[in-house]
Write a new protein. Structure first.
Length: 462
């Protein structure tokens, strides 16, 4: 346990994205003072919502699939539970593309038996999963190796590969299964079978007070980051770029460039929640090995193409969340999310809104193309997939040179090194979506866990 200061501990949180905002919120709940240093003028990082010509555009996260009570606790505390909007009943399922046709993704085990997404051979291989022996927990497999071994190559290519492409902008052949699919990995380790494990968990029923639900907010996902920002008040300091951190005895000095010449803050502990490359720069003078691991985390580029159409310009009923696209279909887009089906208020009357994703590990070079070229490729795919006719009424394209962190092979080594940091360097903590989950839900939950650890380290919890 770190030496406890005579005063209430003060923690400097570096980075004002959802990870930093969440860590700051939970530290305040544990009676620890904080201040948040953010180099830009606004909170929330890439999470941004804009209403343009009647279209509600979410630049990054579009929604939150929640089953964790801490998410609800935070929303209650910052006063936004009444602003939540839940998935429309029309958005019943998610589609997968097969032979140019969107096919509903099965919702349960029986659905996988009856679906035409898989051949008879593929279904037989899937049903044989309980007979497949588990591997040693010490063996690190890629997602491709794990899924092909347990469920068969057809499930990998038709289901898992488009899921990884659409969710992580990644390649299952390079991602660590244990880090990327922790729930499936734990089912195999505990029960020896994914199917048997899932059946046992279903028979036991949910033990959580928070049933699974998909939601956003009437004004978009920026609602949550704005609300935490307002909750923090003057503790959030924009236009404050941290250029260095230095341990000084039992405290830390944080060197900042802001509107004025460089100045220094003092804190009992530091939480770094910036992207991994920026975190690496800050810790390099004091933990070179950890910095090198962080610099090695890959972030593939991604372009997000938001489109709005007249309802009668789209042949498909759009009766779902969206459609994911396997690479073997030969399309440019990774997937399309049907915003106006998912939630009310996302498009003007008589219009539909879609968010389309291109690039990622599958087509990284596309992000460097012109807006016209990216839009042309997207519309060509939408025409084949959904029967879209003509040009869209509304277009907005956002490019990310570094989009989502990839949990590659060796990611477990990164976790061990980074999460061990406070034991080696007391008072230094590192958090971010490149460690244990990329979603907003994960960032909120991990912020709560980190705050509990810091509180224990300072002797404020038994």
């Amino acid at each position: 346990m770190k030496q406890v200061p005579a005063h209430k501990p003060i923690v400097a949180v570096i980075g004002g994205g959802i990870s930093g905002l969440s860590a700051a919120f939970w530290l305040l709940q544990n009676n620890i003072d904080i201040f948040v240093l953010e180099q830009t003028e606004r909170p929330g990082g890439v999470i941004r919502s804009e209403n343009i010509d009647g279209y509600l555009v979410d630049r990054a996260a579009n929604c939150l699939l929640n089953y964790l009570p801490e998410v609800n606790t935070l929303c209650d505390a910052v006063g936004i539970r009444d602003e939540q909007i839940y998935r429309s009943p029309v958005a019943k399922s998610r589609y997968l593309l097969k032979n140019d046709q969107p096919v509903p993704m099965p919702q349960d085990s029986f659905g996988f038996i009856t679906t035409n997404l898989l051949s008879l051979r593929g279904k037989a291989r899937l049903l044989s999963e309980p007979l497949i022996p588990r591997v040693n927990a010490g063996k690190e497999e890629t997602v491709s190796e794990f899924v092909a071994r347990r469920l068969g190559r057809e499930v990998l290519e038709q289901v898992m590969e488009p899921f990884i492409g659409g969710t992580y902008a990644g390649d299952p052949g390079s991602l660590c299964a244990r880090s990327t699919l922790p729930m499936l990995y734990s089912l195999e380790q505990r029960y020896g079978s994914l199917i048997i494990g899932a059946l046992i968990k279903r028979l036991k029923g949910s033990r959580t007070s928070c049933p699974m639900h998909l939601f956003s907010f009437h004004r978009g996902m920026e609602t949550i980051t704005k609300a935490i920002f307002q909750y923090l008040g003057g503790r959030f300091m924009p236009r404050s770029r941290v250029t260095g951190i230095e341990p000084k005895g039992n405290s830390w000095q944080v060197i900042v460039e802001g509107d004025n010449p460089s100045f220094t803050y003092q804190a009992d502990a530091v939480v770094i929640t910036t992207p991994s490359v920026e975190a690496a720069k800050l810790i390099s003078p004091i933990d070179l090995e950890g910095a090198e691991l962080l610099k090695g985390i890959e972030y593939p580029p991604l372009a997000v193409v938001y489109t709005g159409f007249k309802r009668d310009a789209v042949k498909h009923p759009l009766d779902g969340i969206g459609c994911m696209v396997p690479s073997r279909e030969g399309y440019t887009i990774l997937g399309t999310l049907w915003n106006s089906t998912l939630f009310d208020g996302r498009a003007p009357e008589g219009r539909v809104a879609m968010t389309n994703y291109v690039g990622g590990r599958r087509h990284p070079g596309i992000v460097e193309e012109s807006d016209e070229r990216i839009l042309d490729l997207t519309l060509t795919d939408l025409q084949h997939m959904l029967g879209v006719k003509g040009t869209p009424d509304f277009v907005s394209i956002t490019r990310y040179k570094k989009a989502l962190p990839q949990y590659g092979i060796g990611h477990q080594d990164i976790l061990r090194r980074i999460e061990d940091t406070p034991d080696r360097i007391p008072g230094l903590y590192i958090a971010g979506n490149y460690l244990r989950g990329i979603s907003v839900r994960d960032c909120i939950s991990n912020g709560a866990k980190l705050a509990t650890k810091i509180t224990r380290d300072y002797g404020l919890l038994a």
